[in-house]
Design a protein around this ligand. Structure first.
Ligand code: NI
Length: 180
């Protein structure tokens, strides 16, 4: 277990399509220690999700866990911890939603992103079994943000024009400008 350095926007690993994990890899001790490192790093930095590429491990695995209390995100409802391996994302309908997003790899900034509101994720769990989950609301946005990291995409690529700003100014001037 260890807190790892989170690589930042500009690091080439963040722009790669990460490798899918094999069953042997998922069953390995290496995987257990990778997940421990991701979890430790995410908790240390107060994140609500982390993808392996963010600690410079270019593999298709992400952890998402909305904690009961978060310094970085207000009014978030606690979720279970999700470990998502080799995901495929399907958009279920045309409806979209807008939330403020931030990223451990883009520290200090926030921006609004419009994303599909209803999605389905097919993925593998830690037993390498196929799972499927349907999501809406903030969790749907968090999943899309994290899973984008597995395919070389950052939220700043999708940010609504003129909405990218420093966290401090967002809190000072735009805190009522909530999600729509
Ligand atoms: Ni991120």
């Amino acid at each position: 277990m260890a807190i790892k350095e989170v690589i930042k926007m500009g690091h080439p690993t963040l722009r790669l399509t990460a490798k899918e994990l094999t069953q042997d890899e998922v069953n390995s001790k290496w995987m257990k220690s990778l997940l421990d490192d991701m979890r430790d790093t995410m908790n240390h930095l107060g994140g609500i999700g982390i993808a392996a590429p963010q600690i410079n491990e270019s593999y298709q695995v992400a952890i998402i866990h909305l904690p009961p209390e978060s310094d970085r995100y207000e009014d978030v409802e606690e979720s279970q911890e999700f470990v998502i391996i080799n995901p495929k994302i399907k958009v279920l309908d045309e409806q979209t939603q807008i939330f403020w997003e931030g990223c451990l790899s883009v520290p200090g900034l926030r921006g609004k992103v419009e994303r599909p509101a209803h999605i389905k994720i097919d993925y593998l769990d830690l037993d390498y079994k196929e799972q499927s989950i349907e999501l809406d609301g903030f969790l749907a946005t968090v999943f899309q943000h994290e899973l984008d990291h597995l395919f070389g995409v950052l939220y700043v690529d999708k940010v609504i024009e003129n909405s990218l700003m420093y966290e401090e100014e967002q809190q000072k001037f735009h805190s009522e400008d909530v999600n729509t």
